[in-house]
Design a binder for this molecule. Structure first.
Ligand SMILES: O=C(O)CCC(=O)C(=O)O
Length: 426
């Protein structure tokens, strides 16, 4: 009877989130909890009521007490994650952070009766957990899913049912005139229409030669959906994402901040006079972000190109969304890359791995894969060997896919608001 009452009193979205961890052993038996006595005591006390007949309501003392205890432990683990080098943080601490984020979200929702504000806070905590925590998987509708990513999706859907509809934003123009600076002494790349897997393998992958492919991503749902900011905001508006600020990541003026996706898109991507990045704001770039792990709805809009499955079943997929003028300085990556242009245009300048010594990589190990030269506006006085480098230049337009082999140098500058997806693979 009490159980029925409890569940009746709760909002559906809270019930759905609780059901993600209907196996309480998932929470209590994870290594991070078993290994640490303090974690185990606090967590067992907090988790037990969620799965028992105990009445959990806004006024319940158990709820308030547990939220406070979980909050204290959450702050402790948060501090641990921010102490020392990131790559030395124990996996178990990160797992603990994920579990604490989940329980904290649940108690806050129960206490606030899933108010709009508590849902927004819950989405923020889930995003922070996704960025800092380790993956904890669970089952949702009989499918294996990520605990926090699914929690955020449930909350996003709940929010869309209750929040006030905003006036629609204009679609991003696809036929914007692109101004390109020509350069006669720069080679172009081979351009191919949907090459066969064999052709890609033999002539490009095996020989590690870059090329531009067309006709590969035309049927992605993203091609029709993503230039509509209203669509992007409906699936991701409330989500928190890391944004790079400054001219380019190798510059002194560069920094990063967390921002709501809505705020980023409205201020930097939409055609809203007065809010554009070009007017007084530092360049803002959602760059190299695992957006598709964070927001599965966007992952469903793209398809891994067949060329990749031959050699790698789990490519790392990164999102690159920004206004005109974003710059990724000349750098190399260790893996193969298919850089896919969903909307907008980019200039890409490439140089062979053999020319590395003539491209003046930075000395510091952190920037060792990044060149000091400005590939678009070379300073031959300062970097004379650069004259001997034979660069390739290509303009990447909507629907184009650029194959960048491992260790090839690439400089990328957006010529308009642009959304690209890169697949890094072996
Ligand atoms: O599009 C960009 O700004 C950079 C892309 C890139 O460097 C990559 O995909 O590895």
């Amino acid at each position: 009877m009490a159980r029925n009452y409890k569940y009746l009193a709760m909002n559906n979205c809270i019930k759905e989130i609780i059901s993600l961890c209907s196996l309480k052993s998932l929470l209590l038996n994870s290594d991070c909890v078993k290994e640490n006595k303090l974690y185990h005591i606090v967590l067992s006390n907090a988790v037990e009521p969620l799965f028992s007949d105990e009445l959990l309501t806004k006024e319940s003392k158990t709820c308030l007490k547990n939220l406070t205890k979980i909050g204290l432990l959450y702050d402790t683990v948060y501090c641990r994650l921010h102490t020392g080098q990131w790559n030395e943080v124990e996996q178990t601490e990160r797992e603990m952070f994920t579990i604490l984020s989940y329980i904290r979200i649940l108690y806050a929702l129960i206490i606030c009766e899933a108010s709009e504000e508590s849902i927004k806070d819950g989405i923020y905590l889930a995003d922070l957990g996704l960025m800092l925590g380790a993956t904890v998987t669970t089952r949702h509708n009989n499918v294996e899913t990520d605990l926090l990513s699914t929690t955020a999706t449930i909350l996003t859907e709940q929010l869309s049912k209750t929040s006030i509809t905003q006036p629609p934003l204009k679609r991003i123009k696809l036929d914007k005139h692109i101004h390109e600076e020509g350069s006669n002494d720069i080679n172009t790349l081979p351009v191919l229409e949907s090459p066969s897997l064999e052709c890609f393998g033999m002539h490009y992958y095996d020989k590690q030669q870059p090329a531009l492919f067309k006709g590969i991503i035309d049927d992605w749902p993203a091609m029709e959906r993503w230039h509509d900011p209203n669509y992007l905001l409906s699936v991701a508006g409330e989500r928190t994402v890391p944004i790079e600020l400054g001219s380019q990541y190798s510059s002194d003026d560069w920094s990063q901040k967390l921002m709501k996706f809505r705020e980023f898109v409205e201020q930097n991507i939409c055609d809203n006079p007065g809010t554009s990045a070009t007017i007084g704001h530092p360049a803002a770039y959602l760059a190299q972000h695992d957006l598709f792990d964070q927001i599965p709805a966007l992952r469903r809009d793209i398809v891994v190109p067949d060329y990749i499955g031959r050699t790698d079943i789990s490519p790392r997929i990164k999102a690159w969304l920004g206004p005109e003028g974003t710059i990724s300085p000349l750098h190399t990556d260790p893996c193969h890359n298919l850089l896919c242009q969903v909307f907008g245009a980019k200039t890409v300048i490439l140089a062979r791995p053999e020319d590395t010594d003539k491209l003046y990589p930075h000395d510091h190990f952190v920037l060792h894969n990044t060149s000091q030269v400005d590939a678009r506006r070379p300073d031959y006085e300062k970097f004379p060997l650069m004259r001997e480098v034979s660069f390739h230049r290509v303009t990447l337009r909507r629907g184009d896919v650029l194959y960048i082999p491992p260790k090839w140098w690439h400089y990328v500058e957006s010529l308009s608001p642009s959304f690209s997806v890169s697949f890094w693979f072996e």
